[in-house]
Design a protein. Structure first.
Length: 362
């Protein structure tokens, strides 16, 4: 799936960008010089937006017969600490020699004068991102189940990484993760909101009053779902890489499991909403239920998936805050993503879902 592209997204020189009302997303001449300095291809760059395009911006870079992937933040204004691609690149580099399945970072651009924002370049991982349909070679009940098993097993690998040995001391605080999540997202809500939604404060209060006790801290992806992975070409299903680490930190691993369950559809679920738009494919025969996902995680990780309702509510509530911020950028004209421009009612629906899950109604 490709993100939309506007005429002012990509310019040749910084002077070309200054002639537009919005800052560009890529400036090709200085980018080519940067790639030259790091030995990444030769000649003119061809850039194509890839991915869902709802948060950080990702481009396929084709140059001299080679392919790379560039990732940068969206256009400003941005909430404090959000869309930190340099932090994301640090994590990916730390994970490259661990069992976690990640792309390889090839170069980091921390000088904003190159393209107008920090960015990093990674290798392109061959395969399929599964969002709305299965690749034909994986589209049968056995391979669908194997796809889900690969997804869970990869998450167990991430949570099993010795993050201190990987050099991630200071990347996040190993204690107090859940409390910090509530504080951070309440603060983000004040920055992101375009209207009053009482459910945000109400569910936030419920989360604070019913907070479980966390076990030992692990790496937490923060946005772990099927659509943020790449599966290698062909059968049998094999997860090749986990993408989109911008929300990652050190914290409670069960937050990832709750989020995965929040995003996982199964036969009999109501139609519509963000869960369907980002994951309706898992309704198909062969995909396990959410309960079966949890059982496999418990078996492979040795952790008990306790307090599922709390963690799923947290995931929904955070999604309300995060998506309201993206919707605010869309309303302000800082993104051309039609999904975000139409998500005003979607935020309200997420808030209603968060309330319903917190009350044990679904």
């Amino acid at each position: 799936m490709s993100a939309p592209i506007a005429p002012d997204d990509i310019v040749r020189t910084p002077a070309d960008g200054q002639a537009n009302s919005r800052p560009p997303l890529l400036v090709l001449d200085p980018l080519e010089s940067f790639l030259d300095a790091h030995g990444l291809g030769a000649g003119e760059v061809r850039a194509t937006p890839i991915g869902e395009g709802h948060s950080n911006v990702t481009y396929l870079i084709e140059r001299g017969g080679e392919e790379f992937v560039l990732r940068r933040p969206p256009r400003p204004p941005l909430p404090p600490s959000a869309h930190d691609v340099l932090r994301e690149a640090r994590l990916l580099r730390a994970l490259q020699d661990t069992p976690a399945r990640v792309p390889r970072v090839l170069a980091v651009g921390d000088d904003e004068s190159v393209i107008g924002a920090p960015f990093y370049v990674m290798n392109r991982v061959a395969g399929e991102v599964i969002v709305t349909s299965m690749p034909p070679e994986l589209d049968d009940p056995r391979e669908r189940r194997r796809t889900a098993e690969e997804l869970i097993d990869s998450l167990v690998e991430i949570h099993g990484v010795d993050w201190r040995a990987a050099g991630l001391e200071g990347f996040g605080k190993p204690t107090g993760y859940l409390e910090r999540q509530l504080r951070r997202f309440l603060g983000l809500w004040e920055l992101n909101k375009t209207r009053e939604i009482p459910a945000v404060e109400g569910v936030g209060a419920w989360l604070a009053e019913n907070m479980p006790e966390s076990g030992p801290a692990t790496i937490v992806h923060g946005d772990y779902r099927l659509g943020n992975t790449i599966f290698a070409p062909g059968a049998p299903a094999r997860l090749a890489a986990v993408l989109d680490w911008e929300m990652a930190t050190i914290g409670d691993p069960l937050a990832d499991v709750g989020y995965l369950c929040m995003m996982w559809t199964e036969a009999g679920d109501p139609r519509g909403g963000m869960r369907d738009s980002l994951g309706a494919v898992t309704r198909a025969e062969g995909f396990p239920t959410r309960a079966e996902l949890i059982a496999r995680y418990e078996e492979r990780s040795g952790r008990s998936m306790r307090d599922l309702r709390w963690y799923t509510t947290l995931a929904l509530w955070k999604s309300v805050v995060f998506m309201e911020g993206n919707y605010k950028r869309a309303v302000a004209g800082m993104t051309d993503d039609p999904y975000l421009k139409a998500f005003g009612e979607g935020v309200l629906e997420l808030a209603r879902q968060a309330e319903a899950v917190s009350r044990g109604e679904v």
